[in-house]
Design a protein around this ligand. Structure first.
Ligand code: ADP
Ligand code: MG
Length: 464
């Protein structure tokens, strides 16, 4: 390499202004790099050298220089080839390369730029020229790095904003919930209470009604035996009221009133149990009872409707210990998951042309004890299932695939909050489009957060 050695003062004079030295690292790839390296070092740069072009790419990765000075004519791999490798890798692509060559043909320079070089210096250089070209590339590299850093900052800011937005949405969904709950929970509990009293006295009197009915029918029997030939008026009346029918139907009628009343009492019990308005704090409860109560409440959605078959419920309950939790909230989760399952069964039916050939719409519920002192409840349906992209978003507040007015997109995000954030549990979803979905909940048997805030309104809400 030929050059005229210059001092810093000479160069500053030559350029008419002092050069601000940067502490950037320069890598020289050249089979004879020493003179140039010495000059650059003398001028204060951190300079590394590689003489074997085969080692060049690895050294660039290891040293991560800010600039590469690359000789074209080298034994083994030539400079163009080295540059090609560097530009092909994402790790080294952005580092600027200045070619250095003894050749000064236009064609060489063109090729250098074609393979991704940033500049070209002929070996017949003035050192001052090298310095200016080096600083020029280093400056560009610095600007590029600054730009990348500010881009990263902007990305970080936008991530922060996205997180803040999600929090706002969650808070909003909680507020919407609480507003709904306070009115609905109290309404349901109030209605259940109001129905409870009259139904109890209907039920209480039914025993007497059955007894009096029996007595009266016996008495008629006695009259009948004592007066085998009734007066014409009695005979007409007996025929008009169809006494035989009344005698056989009245006991059945009383019995069906008893069954109906018991059913209403059961529903009222389920409603009160389900809402747990009186026990909003953490309590040890039987979760299977909670599931059964929830199924009672959702009964109207499980029955056959028009040409829709009834939903079959398959239970395989394990031996569950009592679980310390907010029973009302956990029942809310059961409601949300079960009503989504019914929606998915209806959706599959709607999408399918050959509905007759369909498997019976089924919801399977399995419970048991899981590892780590937890219980699990898994609820599966053979409904429409969901795609992977939907599955990834189901816990986002307000995410719904249902029509406006049908879905609120809150059920799953609230369920997530209740299970994961309030009970320290887990909620997982596995789904195969067209085949069905399984939700698995795990809840610690012993409550993790006894003192967690629990507005009483959290006790009951409509399914979402
Ligand atoms: N069992 C299920 N089968 C298929 N998709 C489901 C199921 N459960 C939830 N999803 C999907 O998750 C979305 C969000 O559910 P959710 O938060 O309860 O809101 P919503 O029911 O109001 O749409 C639903 O719109 C649906 O796309
Ligand atoms: Mg829902």
């Amino acid at each position: 390499m030929t050059d005229q050695l210059l001092t810093k003062t000479n160069i500053d004079e030559l350029l008419n202004y002092p050069i601000e030295l940067s502490d950037n690292r320069i890598l020289i790839v050249d089979d004879s790099p020493y003179l140039l390296a010495a000059m650059l070092r003398k001028y204060g740069y951190d300079v590394e050298t590689v003489t074997d072009s085969q080692d060049a790419v690895r050294s660039v990765v290891d040293l991560n220089p800010d600039l590469i000075l690359l000789d074209i004519m080298m034994p083994g791999m030539d400079g163009y080839e080295v540059c090609g490798h560097l530009k092909a890798s994402a790790q080294t692509r952005e580092i600027p390369v200045i070619f250095i060559s003894a050749r000064n043909e236009a064609i060489d320079k063109i090729k250098a730029f074609q393979v991704g070089g940033s500049d070209y210096i002929s070996k017949q250089f003035q050192f001052a020229e090298v310095l200016v070209r080096v600083e020029n590339q280093l400056n560009q590299r610095r600007l590029q790095k600054q730009l990348q850093a500010s881009e990263a900052k902007a990305r970080e800011k936008s991530n922060l904003l996205a997180r803040a937005l999600q929090q706002v949405q969650q808070t909003q969904s909680q507020l919407v919930q609480q507003a709904k709950l306070s009115s609905l929970g109290q309404l349901v509990a109030g209605v259940a209470h109001e129905i409870n009293n009259p139904i109890n006295f209907v039920y209480g009197n039914l025993t007497y009604l059955a007894e009096y009915t029996d007595n009266l029918l016996n008495l008629i029997q006695l009259y009948n035996e004592a007066l085998p030939v009734p007066t014409p008026e009695i005979e007409t009346a007996v025929e008009e009221i169809d006494l035989d029918f009344i005698q056989s139907d009245l006991p059945r009628l009383v019995e069906s009133m008893r069954v109906g009343t018991e059913r209403i009492q059961q529903i009222v019990r389920s409603l009160r149990n389900y809402s747990h308005l009186d026990k909003a704090e953490v309590k040890a409860v039987n979760l299977q009872e909670g599931i059964d109560n929830t199924l009672t409440i959702l009964q109207h959605r499980l029955k056959a409707k028009g040409d829709l078959a009834a939903v079959e419920i398959v239970k395989s309950y394990g031996e569950l210990p009592e679980v310390e939790c907010h029973a009302g909230q956990v029942n809310q989760v059961f409601t949300n998951i079960l009503s989504n399952a019914v929606d998915a069964l209806e959706e599959r039916r709607r999408l399918s042309q050959t509905s007759q050939l369909h498997a019976v719409p089924t919801i399977s519920i399995e419970t048991g004890v899981a590892e780590g002192d937890r219980v699990y409840i898994s609820i599966s349906d053979n409904g429409s299932g969901m795609s992977e992209s939907v599955r990834q978003r189901i816990f986002d507040p307000f995410f719904t695939t249902k029509d406006i007015g049908v879905g609120t997109g809150l059920g799953m995000s609230i369920s997530y909050q209740i299970i994961v954030e309030r009970h320290g549990g887990e909620i997982r979803c596995h789904s195969v489009p067209g085949k069905g979905t399984t939700f698995t909940i795990e809840i610690p048997i012993k409550a993790l957060y006894h003192g967690m805030p629990s507005p009483p309104e959290m006790a009951l809400q409509p399914a979402c």
